[in-house]
Write a protein that binds this ligand. Structure first.
Ligand code: SAH
Length: 367
């Protein structure tokens, strides 16, 4: 057993099974043994590879999308340029390099990173040396100012609760002990207000909710509503949660999420409809990562990089394909833009796929 498994087992012996959310929170963020607290998990040598680690084009294009929106909103003289869960700081470094030539953008930006892992804060400080970022642990502490924010593979790391529909209501997946090993099981079914809107789920099917996501969205969208701005949220998932998506990755392979707590990355798919609802009354526009990057010009950028042999992270044409192809990351990953109510979707997002107060009546179609 890992040291964290011993700790969790002791707690289960003392007070009974824990929810997946409690389990996931400990596995990822326990200050001594948590996955993110103890390592740099990214890239070839780590456990998984994210879009910014695949190519600089990802950060360049998202950065220019933010800068275009800043210009469209009258180039506010002071704004917060923020990222939630910046990992190694690679995405923000690419954003800053690409936006350096947008007149006034850097001078107006107050750079803020929302990160709980001390280890990763240290790596981010090195990557972003010269840019003087500030770190926060909570989005609640973001300044009251126009907010231009990025979050890539951040929401998938937030703890989820998982429920199976049964005739008696919703049965929650709990982590207990069986023969001294951490083992998932189900609590007796009961009603759950948070799933009242999921009458579409048949008996025996599974849904997941992420209790931390809505309060975080409310903080972000509240600032965008009051002061202007744009949040770009990219992650894997779908418009609505369906099925068991709780998974563990170690050394670029799927592993049993209960076998080595604290030593594998745990994630669940993001429920984008839940994020969009929590962002109201700000507007939320939705598309796929592939469609967004294509609309922002990744094809032309890849050609341009390929024609100038520079030290790219990966072959630019192969990287563009990996980020946009439906068989790779293009459609599994989605993008959600939170923008001021009544404003058109930002660059790269299609017209007609925006949820705002009027569209909450049913204006959003399937993406
Ligand atoms: N965006 C990066 C890293 C994604 S991994 C990339 O694309 O490469 C998830 C990141 O979110 C890590 O930096 C992790 O430490 C951070 N994180 C996870 N939960 C968090 C929380 N509740 N608050 C702040 N940061 C969190």
């Amino acid at each position: 057993m890992t040291p964290l498994a011993e700790l969790i087992a002791a707690r289960i012996r003392a007070s009974g099974p824990v929810s997946l959310a409690e389990y996931m929170a400990d596995c990822l963020m326990h200050p001594r043994f948590g996955y993110y607290a103890t390592r740099d998990p990214f890239g070839q040598a780590g456990d998984f590879t994210t879009a910014p680690e695949i190519s600089q084009m990802f950060g360049e294009l998202l950065g220019l999308c933010l800068a275009q929106s800043w210009l469209d909103q009258g180039a506010p003289a002071r704004f917060t340029l923020a990222e939630c869960g910046p990992g190694r700081g690679t995405l923000m470094a690419d954003v800053l390099r690409a936006t350096a030539r947008v007149p006034g953008f850097h001078a107006a930006a107050d750079l803020v990173l929302v990160e709980t892992s001390a280890t990763l804060r240290g790596i981010q400080a090195k990557t972003l040396a010269g840019h003087q970022p500030r770190w926060l642990s909570l989005v609640q502490d973001l300044p009251e100012a126009p907010l231009f924010l990025l979050a890539n593979e951040f929401f998938d790391a937030l703890p989820i609760r998982q429920f199976t529909r049964q005739s008696g209501g919703w049965a929650e997946t709990m982590v207990g002990l069986s023969d001294e090993a951490l083992t998932p099981g189900r609590a007796p079914p009961g009603p759950l207000a948070a799933l009242d809107h999921r009458q579409d789920i048949a008996e025996g099917r599974i849904v997941e909710i992420c209790p931390a996501a809505a309060p975080i969205m409310a903080e972000i969208s509240g600032r965008i509503g009051r002061h202007g701005g744009l949040a770009l949220i990219v992650d894997y998932g779908d418009w609505q949660s369906l099925g068991d998506t709780f998974q563990a990755m170690r050394d670029h392979a799927y592993v049993d999420p209960f076998a080595t707590p604290g030593e594998a990355d745990l994630t669940a798919h993001v429920d984008f409809a839940a994020l969009a609802r929590a962002a109201l009354p700000a507007a939320a526009s939705y598309t796929t990562q592939g469609a967004l990057l294509t609309a922002l010009g990744i094809g032309a950028r890849a050609q341009q990089l390929a024609a100038h042999p520079i030290a790219a992270r990966n072959d630019p044409l192969a990287a563009a394909r990996r980020l946009t192809d439906p068989a790779e990351m293009g459609t599994l990953f989605k993008a959600l833009a939170i923008h001021p109510a009544g404003s058109p979707p930002p660059a790269g997002f299609p017209i007609g796929n925006t949820m705002d107060q009027s569209a909450a009546r049913g204006g959003r179609d399937d993406a």
